[in-house]
Each structure stands twice: as structure tokens, then as C-alpha cells.
Ligand binder design. Structure first.
Ligand code: GTR
Length: 331
């Protein structure tokens, strides 16, 4: 029997082979880029923008072929496909990277960032640049970080004000030990599922809730089933834009520099879309009857503290954690 992973690998290789044939005929190279989000989502639009810039700056020699909406599979598989060179660019969330790339763990820890401004400062500074460089350890080039907003819990049953309200609820988490650990510590039952399966899991009551940002809640239409949104803001787990090392090495040196530079510039473009899309998504779901409530933030932070303490036992996590906390409230 063909496993899902083999199938995805074969599909991507076939796509790669077809793209190579086209390239040979036209001398044009389209980088295969993937994202689990739908067209219009800020990360997908940023990839599209990168393609446009590449095309413009290379007189059409280079471009991007975009596979959005999870067309090529789940994020954990996409990371491997990029590592093996079957796809070129993978836009994935840090949560999917925690296990294979431990340097990313600090970015998912509960309440390590106060808000989006704090997260951007840390990612633009030494900590972010250091972590981005660590993707080279396993066949990838870290191109950029993108925003993912504040992750909050939502569910089909009731408003969550303190962690006690989570008791007994089955909450979907992304495939990351940190998220499993956090949700369990807060008192719920964590259920790891790929992003593309959350909507139907809510519909069929396989799970009672999940946690994510406003845009994901909106664009996946999970809000149709989960009618209670609680502002826990427990993680800002940012997005990563990763390039296959094999592809990078195969590019002309000037194209490598060009791509790195365009990816860097795409961050400002992505951020300009982010804030507006967050507001639009929130207004959209609230207008359709979702009930949103504030949580007892101090109670959440207290309950999550053992998770932070556990990961800070690791010297590298602790070093990054301190450096990020030092930027809290800085101008
Ligand atoms: C979203 C993120 C996706 C995916 C998803 C998830 O916020 O943008 O890349 O990781 O969360 O929870 O699986």
C-alpha cells in the first residue's frame, strides 16, 4: 500500500519533473511554494508578492508557482519535501518546526511575547536572526518570519474565563510537544490533528475546540461550529518561510542574493496586510454570532508557568527566553 507520505513525495517529484521539463524548454524557473492557507490569506499573498518581484527583477527568468490551501499536504510533510528538494519554498508555522528544529521552541512558549510589537522586535533582532540561521542545520535556508497573531482558544461548549473552564474539553493542537504539554497543563485534553482536518473534527464532535488566530478561525469557517472565542492569547507562534537548501545552492549567486533580499522585503508587505486582515476576520465572525470574552490572563499565565519552567531547563531555550523578555516593553 502507498502511504500518504510516499504519495506526497511521488506527487511532488512528478510536479518537480514536469516543472524541470518546462524550464528546459523556456529557460524559466518557477519555484514551487506551498502554504496551507487559502488565497487572500496574508502569508499566501506574501508568497504571491515574492513571485511578482522575482519575475520583475529577473526579466521573467524566475517566478513562483504557488500551491496554496494545503494542496501538497500537511505542514510536517512539507518541511520534509523542502528538505529533500521536492518543493522549493515551504511557508509553515513554528509549531510544526518545534520537534525537528529545537531552536524554534522558545518562539511558541506561552506568554513569551507580550504582543505583536514585542514579537516583531524580537524576530527582527538578534534572536530572530540567530534562529533563522539554525534552519541550515538540516538542509533548509530560513528566509523570513511572518506574523501569526495571538492564538486563542475557541470551542463549541462554553466561554473559557479561567483554565478551570477547559477541564474535560478535547482541544485540537498542532503537532508540537509544546502545544500538547501546554493544553494538558491548562487542564484540557490535547488532540493533535493536521490543520486541514480541524473543521470536520469540530463538525463531527471528534473535538470540542481548538486554538488559533482570528484569520484561521475565519478562513477555515471553524467559527460555524465553535461559537465561543476566548482571548487567551497564550502563544504568538510565528510563521517561517523556508527555502530548500538544494534549490538555493542550484541558483546563480546573484539570484541567491536577490531571493534573500526579496524575502526580507516581503516581511513589510506581509505585516501591512496582517493587521487589517485580523480586524476584518474578527468583525466578520462576530457579526455572525460568535461570542467573544476576555479571560483571566493572570490565571492563564500562572497555569502555564510550569510549561515555561520545563523548557527553560534547556540552556539554549533559557538564553533565548531571557533575550526576548529583555525586549518586553522596549521602545
Ligand atoms: C495557523 C498557521 C498555519 C498552521 C495552523 C495550525 O495559524 O498559520 O501555518 O500551522 O495555524 O494550527 O495548524
Amino acid at each position: 500500500m502507498t502511504t500518504r507520505r510516499q504519495f506526497l513525495g511521488a506527487t511532488a517529484l512528478t510536479l518537480g519533473a514536469a516543472a524541470t521539463r518546462v524550464r528546459a524548454a523556456t529557460a524559466r524557473l518557477d519555484l514551487a511554494a506551498t502554504d496551507v492557507h487559502v488565497r487572500g490569506y496574508p502569508t499566501v499573498e506574501a508568497l504571491r508578492w515574492i513571485g511578482e518581484q522575482l519575475e520583475k527583477e529577473t526579466d521573467g527568468r524566475l517566478g513562483v508557482r504557488l500551491y496554496h490551501s494545503g494542496q501538497l499536504g500537511r505542514e510536517s510533510d512539507l518541511i520534509d519535501l523542502a528538505r529533500f528538494g521536492a518543493i522549493d519554498i515551504a511557508r509553515v508555522n513554528m509549531a510544526a518546526l518545534n520537534n525537528p528544529f529545537p531552536a524554534t521552541r522558545v518562539l511558541c512558549l506561552p506568554y513569551v511575547f507580550d504582543d505583536t510589537a514585542h514579537m516583531r522586535r524580537a524576530l527582527d533582532g538578534a534572536v530572530g536572526q540567530d534562529i533563522l540561521g539554525r534552519f541550515a542545520d538540516r538542509d533548509l535556508v530560513g528566509l523570513a518570519f511572518y506574523d501569526s497573531g495571538a492564538r486563542c482558544v475557541y470551542n463549541t461548549k462554553r466561554p473559557i474565563v479561567t483554565p478551570d473552564d477547559l477541564h474535560g474539553l478535547k482541544i485540537r493542537v498542532p503537532p508540537s510537544d509544546i502545544f500538547m504539554h501546554l493544553i494538558r497543563t491548562l487542564g484540557a485534553n490535547p488532540t493533535p490533528l493536521p490543520y486541514g482536518e480541524v473543521y470536520s473534527a469540530l463538525q463531527t464532535h471528534l473535538i470540542d475546540g481548538a486554538e488559533n488566530n482570528w484569520q484561521s478561525f475565519h478562513t477555515t469557517r471553524q467559527f460555524e461550529a465553535a461559537r465561543y472565542w476566548s482571548y487567551s492569547g497564550h502563544s504568538y507562534s510565528p510563521e517561517a518561510l523556508l527555502l530548500s537548501r538544494r534549490r538555493f545552492d542550484a541558483l546563480r549567486p546573484d539570484d541567491r542574493e536577490r531571493l534573500l533580499d526579496i524575502a526580507k522585503r516581503s516581511v513589510a508587505y506581509m505585516r501591512s496586510l496582517w493587521d487589517e486582515s485580523e480586524r476584518t476576520a474578527r468583525e466578520y465572525v462576530l457579526a455572525r454570532g460568535v461570542q467573544a470574552n476576555a479571560v483571566d490572563r493572570a490565571a492563564f499565565e500562572r497555569a502555564a508557568a510550569p510549561v515555561v519552567a520545563h523548557y527553560r531547563k534547556d540552556a539554549e531555550v533559557d538564553r533565548y527566553w531571557r533575550a526576548i523578555r529583555d525586549l518586553s516593553g522596549a521602545a
